[in-house]
Design a protein around this ligand. Structure first.
Ligand code: NAD
Length: 260
């Protein structure tokens, strides 16, 4: 379905981004991986996806907290592959604290990585996608792009901002062959969430298993996690021809979180 297409997935050395990269490669897309981690682990991931799917997989270590680095990654990809078809803005971080104690440096880092990186990536990718008269921009927002929780001022602000950006870009590119949508996951079991499970267990003096149950019961009515593979499948759907008229909107994969 995506044979010959080129996809950049930011933050794809772990978790949801890796699930998305794997799914797009299975469908034939060439992939640019991005994110932090141990270089031999990253090379194992890169060659694994390459070998399993017979697609070209490259790694770009851009730190997406730097807008210029994001723009350079987009330009370098277009330079090396001659095209760019799919941009998945997925890299993200979390930090929790009451608003009056929220460290300004954490606020800035979350806004830079979870929101501004998508702006820089989109701004650089759209001209090439317009030339090709086809493009898919998929922003990995969150249930927290639609509703709030306590102690997540920066994250909720950034993710709501990302949903707003998605709407604007959906409007600005409508009719050009480009679509721009946001995927809003609820809890997905990744390192980002493991840390929050650890925090609940430590704070309440309960086991990790009990903390996991509490985390799910508080927000996610299905009482189960969504998986990186399911998020990959959602992104693949948005890249398919049946989604040509879906733009400027959100798709929740949240076990009922935001239906409440
Ligand atoms: P994760 O911690 O497993 O992966 C985050 C990825 O982003 C990693 O590859 C990391 O190296 C990369 N990254 C972090 N900072 C970066 C930077 N400055 N430059 C480049 N790469 C950077 O987290 P995840 O749970 O897979 O999260 C992926 C996205 O999904 C995030 O945007 C997150 O907000 C969103 N999300 C996650 C959940 C969840 O429950 N896990 C729920 C809703 C939304």
């Amino acid at each position: 379905m995506l044979k010959g297409k080129v996809a950049i997935v930011t933050g794809s050395t772990s978790g949801i981004g890796l699930g998305i990269a794997r799914e797009l490669a299975k469908l034939g897309a060439n992939i640019v991986l991005n994110g932090f981690g141990d270089s031999s682990e990253i090379e194992k991931i890169r060659s694994g996806i390459d070998g399993e799917n017979g697609v070209r997989v490259e790694y770009d270590g851009a730190d997406v907290s730097d807008g210029d680095a994001v723009r350079r990654m987009i330009e370098a990809t277009i330079g090396r592959f001659g095209r760019l078809d799919i941009l998945v803005n997925n890299a993200g971080i979390q930090f929790t604290a009451p608003v009056e104690e929220f460290p300004p440096a954490k606020w800035k880092a979350i806004l830079d990585i979870n929101l501004s990186a998508a702006f820089h990536g989109i701004a650089s990718a759209v001209p090439q996608m317009k030339k090709q008269r086809w493009g898919r921009i998929i922003n990995i927002a969150s249930a927290h792009g639609l509703v709030a929780s306590t102690h997540k001022a920066a994250y909720v602000a950034a993710k709501h901002g990302l949903v707003g950006l998605t709407k604007v870009v959906g409007l600005e590119t409508a009719g050009s062959g480009i679509t721009c949508n946001a995927v809003c996951p609820g809890w997905v079991r990744t390192p980002l969430v493991e840390k929050q499970i650890d925090d609940i267990a430590a704070e309440k003096g309960i086991s990790r298993k009990e903390a996991t149950g509490e985390l799910l019961a508080e927000k996610q009515p299905s009482l189960d996690f969504a998986s990186p593979e399911q998020l990959g499948g959602t992104v693949a759907f948005l890249c398919s021809a049946v989604a040509d008229q879906i733009t400027g909107t959100t798709i929740s994969v949240d076990g009922g979180w935001t239906a409440q």
